[in-house]
Design a protein around this ligand. Structure first.
Ligand SMILES: [Zn+2]
Ligand SMILES: [Zn+2]
Length: 131
């Protein structure tokens, strides 16, 4: 059986990456930091095992957003690439070449969800991290 390979790229194309194997899961994060880093109402993140993700071209820039966590972005076009923590390497859904391959399992940090964004799904919702 051939390995499952997911590819992604930033807006300018200088950063490309490849994730091998199935994602652990995907979630919609409504935390303020994800809102700021993405400029959007919430950020869909696909959670991968760090060892399964390889940067195939370019070099990410990182912003240390909390003591253990970093936000990765393209230094040229500014695309949000990832949330990197000791536990995992979470890739922003929007940079995936085939975003339809992923289905969210939950919403987290809904205590800061923007109220006029209507979300009509029945996924589990967590006021904070959910873990
Ligand atoms: Zn770029
Ligand atoms: Zn978040």
């Amino acid at each position: 059986m051939t390995a499952e390979i997911h590819t992604a790229r930033c807006l300018c194309g200088k950063i490309t990456l490849e994730a091998t194997g199935p994602a652990k899961y995907m979630e919609y994060c409504h935390c303020k930091w994800c809102q700021q880093v993405s400029g959007s109402a919430f950020l869909p993140l696909i959670v991968f095992d760090r060892n399964n993700v390889k940067i195939t071209s370019g070099a990410l820039s990182y912003f240390q957003s909390s003591p253990n966590n970093q936000r990765g972005f393209c230094p040229d076009c500014g695309s949000t690439i990832c949330f990197s923590s000791p536990r995992s390497f979470d890739i922003a859904l929007g940079i995936m070449d085939n975003p339809e391959d992923f289905k969210a399992i939950r919403h987290i940090w809904t205590k800061s969800q923007i109220s006029h964004v209507t979300i009509a799904d029945n996924l589990p919702r967590f006021k904070e991290s959910g873990s």
